[in-house]
Design a protein around this ligand. Structure first.
Ligand code: SAM
Length: 270
């Protein structure tokens, strides 16, 4: 492996001033990047799909960990810097220029997905990766940076204010954990909010449940989260009868239902 110059020098040489529109907040600390690349477990010889490599800090860490990386980057200004990384790790990095919202779902697995993305893009891709009807998915794990508050919603448990659609989606057939908090000062430029990395692995899917139906149930239930289920779910045909047959009190509110109870309602309606 050829020695690569420090990331700050790469940024300066290629004129990569951070674009706000593309949500660019870069990580330069190699030790932190190595710790992030270690979250999925050993990547030696594994395929990784990285979204938004930017100047390539996390990409380098993934390659140092032994991964083969396919990286999708939308900002053409980053491509020369990424070409240098490619040259330092011959045959182990493939860079695709384009919008991950259009490209990320067309790539053949199995692979680990690792990304430090703008929050809006990250949440949209995340819900897409979790809501496919076919299971297990193409990905072996997701390691994704989110705004701390979103990360807390992903791992939230019933009875808490953070528990909602995102928690049910992330946990009904996956194991989701908050792997690491990342202080805003770790980024250049620092964002306004704190961040955290979520790690998700697929689990067995409960039988006879449709992802789409579960989504409809949680959409109705949490759409009016302060209301009792008998009010919030009355617009979903068959839902009130399903609650009754399952012995779920319709006076309860959505945030008191366990994930298993949501799954049971969706199964009864499927
Ligand atoms: N991975 C680098 C790091 O950790 O320092 C950069 C992180 S920066 C928060 C997000 C990166 O995602 C930027 O390089 C940005 O250009 C890229 N990006 C933003 N939207 C994208 C999209 N829709 N598809 C692909 N890349 C995108």
């Amino acid at each position: 492996m050829n020695a690569l110059p420090p990331l700050r020098e790469v940024i300066a040489r290629h004129g990569l001033s951070a674009s706000k529109a593309l949500g660019q907040n870069f990580l330069f600390d190699e030790q932190l990047l190595d710790r992030i690349a270690a979250i999925p477990g050993s990547l030696d010889g594994q395929q990784v799909l990285e979204i938004g490599p930017g100047p390539g800090g996390l990409t380098r860490a993934l390659l140092r960990a032994g991964a083969r990386v396919t990286a999708i980057e939308m900002d053409p200004r980053c491509l020369p810097a990424l070409a240098e990384v490619e040259a330092a790790f011959p045959g182990r990095l493939r860079v695709i220029e384009g919008d991950a919202m259009k490209l990320a779902h067309g790539i053949e697995g199995p692979f680990h997905i690792v990304a430090n993305l703008p929050y809006n893009v990250g949440t949209a891709l995340f819900t897409g990766w979790l809501s496919g009807e076919s299971w297990p998915p193409q990905w072996a794990s997701l390691t994704l940076m989110f705004q701390l508050e979103v990360a807390q919603r992903i791992v939230a448990t019933p009875g808490t204010g953070a528990y909602g659609r995102l928690a049910v989606l992330a946990q009904w057939r996956s194991a989701a954990r908050l792997a690491m908090k990342v202080h805003r000062s770790a980024f250049t430029p620092p964002p306004k909010v704190m961040s955290a990395i979520i790690h998700v692995t697929p689990a067995p899917m409960p039988s006879a449940v449709s992802a789409r139906m579960l989504e409809r149930v949680t959409e109705a239930a949490f759409g009016q989260r302060r209301k009792m289920l008998r009010q919030s779910m009355k617009g979903l045909p068959g839902a009130l009868a399903a609650l009754e047959s399952l012995g779920i009190d319709p006076q309860r509110r959505a945030e008191t239902l366990s994930i298993a109870e949501f799954v049971a309602v969706a199964r009864a309606l499927s």
